[in-house]
Design a protein around this ligand. Sequence first.
Ligand code: SAH
Ligand code: F3S
Length: 502
Amino acid sequence: MRTTMPTKSVYLETMGCQMNVLDSELVLGQLRRLGYESTRNIQAADVILFNTCSVRDHAEQKVLSKLGALRQLKSAHPDRVIGVIGCMAERDPNGLISKMPHVDLVCGPGELNKIPALIEDVRVNRTRAIALARSFSRKSTPLQRAVEFDSVEALDLSREPAPETRVLQSYIRVQRGCDKFCTFCVVPFTRGPERSRPPQHIVDEARMLADRGAKEVTLLGQTVNSYVHAENGRPVRFAELLARVADVDGIERVRFVTSYPGDFTDDIFEVMRELPKVCEYLHLPVQSGSNTMLKRMRRQYTVEQYVELIEKARARVPGLTIASDFIVGFCGETEADHEQTLQLIERCRFKNIFVFKYSPRPGTVAHKHDDDVPDEIKRRRNGELLSLQDRIATIHNERLIGSTVQVLVEGYSKAALKAQQAEQTRGEEVGWRRRDQLVGRTRTDRIVVFAGQPQHIGRFADVRVTGTTSLTLHGTLVNNESPLNPAEPSNRPLALPILASG
Ligand code: SAH
Ligand code: F3S
């Protein structure tokens, strides 16, 4: 006799990097196929999962406080399943369980394909279910690595976006793990050794996404440019992979993050210049402008080599923009080291930078050193890097005023969504301009806001830049056959500075 399974609901909250965003999408996809519905209501969810990040202590503390707040819910409803998945689960499962004994499911990033089975285990056997890839040891034999690989590859191969999933801009994993062991970084411990996915799997995934409406794909890896996979006994490297993905019909833009400065080869620049679909954008973390720090971080390049690399990249790829990451207050960082970082920022003309205060991570080499830069100094250095970058970016962005850029329209800006909500809930009148503010992204990863209409969303549009801030360009649609609003011609500059992020 057939019975219909009652629908269960899952609340999944994602912290951290793009890899986690993709992992969450894949986990939800697997659960959906088993009849789960995704919910934003944590209090009512049958299964609550946090996909976590361990890169900095702050990210872990946030999860712990969210878990702490669920203690009561769990004792009132013992049948609810509470799980911690991702890097924090892998990094310190015992510490996690001892602090949060009401957690029933712990699953590392290399085991996520087991989540449906783990949930079932918790429900049926009323025990805690744990899946970790502690076998991620550099001592693994090639056969062990291959078995591990097949098991995690299954998660990516299971990808099948639901009809309502927004695939316009999609991530595709091309690589797992990292072999670099920068002395500050926990990723090689949580995500295991570097393994590149078979190129054909990646191309097939791009084709499947294109068939469902994807126009832009971002290839993900911790050191994506060091991608290499043996295919029929021949190594396929990153430049070739880029070309193969760019060949997929329907995909109009190909991006990739994150690149490792030490592993760039000229063929990647050639592909970026020659293939119109490959975007002129690099995320190329440098971490510091001081060679002493780079050495202590074990980054395997010098400041001079980094500068030479980006000069070469800019010479080979016209119009290229570059983003970078910095860590301030790493062990022993002096004012002189910090000055050198400011000088590097001045010199490199980054499009944007991400700055992090050094956070010691247990298990890493740097954890054994003194975290000797006081927090208030880290904070000041953090602020100095950002305000210098702000000034530089504003000057560079101002040069774009008057030019026309092509954007892929992602949707409404945050301000527009807020305005629409205010209209709906409080009946407030907001100007049509604010309500209809769209946000798009250029090939070079610049964010542009402009007034438009819902039918522009998901399409390419030309926008004339009329104003800028350090992070956002403002503009007006050009070649727009039908005026957006006869009363408000579309080529008037925007009145309101609107903050938007992608
Ligand atoms: N290659 C990876 C890097 C992952 S961590 C990628 O895909 O981006 C992202 C950034 O976090 C790093 O570039 C570094 O700037 C920062 N970071 C890593 N470990 C850190 C730590 N212990 N403290 C502060 N920042 C850290
Ligand atoms: Fe981390 Fe360095 Fe790899 S920052 S992810 S160990 S390249």
